[in-house]
Design a protein around this ligand. Structure first.
Ligand code: GCU
Length: 341
């Protein structure tokens, strides 16, 4: 892994040398727009960003050249957020989970069992009056969120012990994302939280450093976690969105016309990713079942939800400005309640 990280750093330095394309004559002044993410080239996020690349290159190709860097080529998500913050790159996709270390407002979307249903989740994330106060909260820190991406539902998966109740997590080392909310969630559920970057999880599972992890179904197939973990338990603890963030200064420097086209592009990213997501999850479940022989388990989610409940209160107490947003989410939950029996 260390070798890989070094390679990524060297690649990164080489890739980021220069912001403008300069032809042999030195006359090409098109601005290179770099976007990083941590998924494979099959993943809905990559497909959505390449649609954005094609759209911008077609609409504004005389001024901008969009380049998409997948697979942590520009570093881990935390590295990429920092590169976006300083303007070394222009955009990246980061999980909402890690953004809470940059602004506490992001804690809200990391709360376990925040959304009553997928419909409630989608309506909340599409409602700008809910997301704007969160997405704009890092503007002064150098980056702004421009759209959200579906990353499904997060569930526990383990190598040897099926998880049917929170008690089954006891004594297990479970990888979580590097966020205080996730660490606290694991503490409340009784497991031992092992925070690490996404790119390190496969090796940690394979070498028994951890007993399991938690993620959507695509982690089983696209990241190979299902080669090691044979039990995937639908406890449905979180719906954590991915967020496309952009360097604030870069976006502020655009003309109004250019900004309007980029904004169309962000909508396209959201739309393509969501369409591809539905197909990708279905294909992942099929592959995990038939090729990796992963067993899907459907436990009673109520004991998991009860164990996590205190986290809602503590996050709201520590950041009362989140209360109106929380209340707006509860209104969506009432309108789109859970359909589970
Ligand atoms: C999902 C999510 C990623 C995130 C990863 C993780 O794959 O889409 O943005 O990095 O989970 O668990 O770290």
């Amino acid at each position: 892994m260390k070798g890989l990280k070094k390679a990524a750093a060297v690649f990164c330095a080489a890739a980021l040398a220069g912001t403008f394309l300069t032809g042999c004559s030195g006359g090409d002044q098109r601005r290179i727009v770099r976007i990083g993410h941590n998924q494979s080239t099959n993943h809905p996020i990559h497909l959505a960003l390449t649609a954005f690349q094609d759209f911008i290159n077609e609409e504004l190709g005389d001024k901008y050249v969009v380049e998409v860097f997948p697979s942590e080529l520009l570093g881990s998500q935390t590295d990429m957020v920092q590169l976006t913050q300083t303007g070394a790159i222009d955009y990246c996709v980061a999980s909402n989970a890690i953004l809470e270390t940059f602004s506490k407002n992001y804690e809200i979307f990391n709360l376990p069992y925040l959304f009553a249903s997928q419909e409630a989740y989608h309506h909340v994330m599409d409602d700008k009056s809910v997301t704007d106060p969160i997405f704009g909260s890092t503007e002064k820190a150098g980056f702004t969120a421009v759209t959200w991406l579906d990353a499904g539902t997060r569930n526990f998966y383990t190598a040897n012990r099926p998880i049917n109740t929170p008690a089954d997590l006891r004594g297990l080392k479970i990888r979580v994302q590097q966020s205080p909310t996730n660490i606290e969630m694991m503490r409340l559920l009784g497991g031992s939280a092992t925070p690490m970057g996404f790119g390190d999880v496969y090796t940690a599972l394979q070498s028994n450093i951890i007993d399991g992890a938690e993620n959507n179904e695509m982690a089983l197939t696209d990241n190979g976690h299902g080669d090691v973990c044979k039990f995937y338990s639908y406890d449905m603890h979180q719906m954590v969105p991915d967020i496309l963030i952009g360097n604030t200064a870069f976006m502020d420097d655009m003309s109004d016309e250019e900004r309007a086209i980029f904004e169309e592009g962000y909508k396209l990213v959201n739309q393509v990713e969501r369409e591809e997501w539905v197909k990708a999850v279905e294909a992942a479940k099929e592959k995990a079942t038939n090729e990796q022989h992963v067993e899907f388990i459907y436990p009673d989610t109520a004991p998991f939800q009860e164990a996590c409940a205190p986290l809602h209160q503590s996050v709201l107490q520590n950041n009362p400005s989140l209360q109106p947003i929380y209340d707006a989410i509860q209104a969506y939950n009432a309108q789109y309640p859970s359909t589970a029996e």
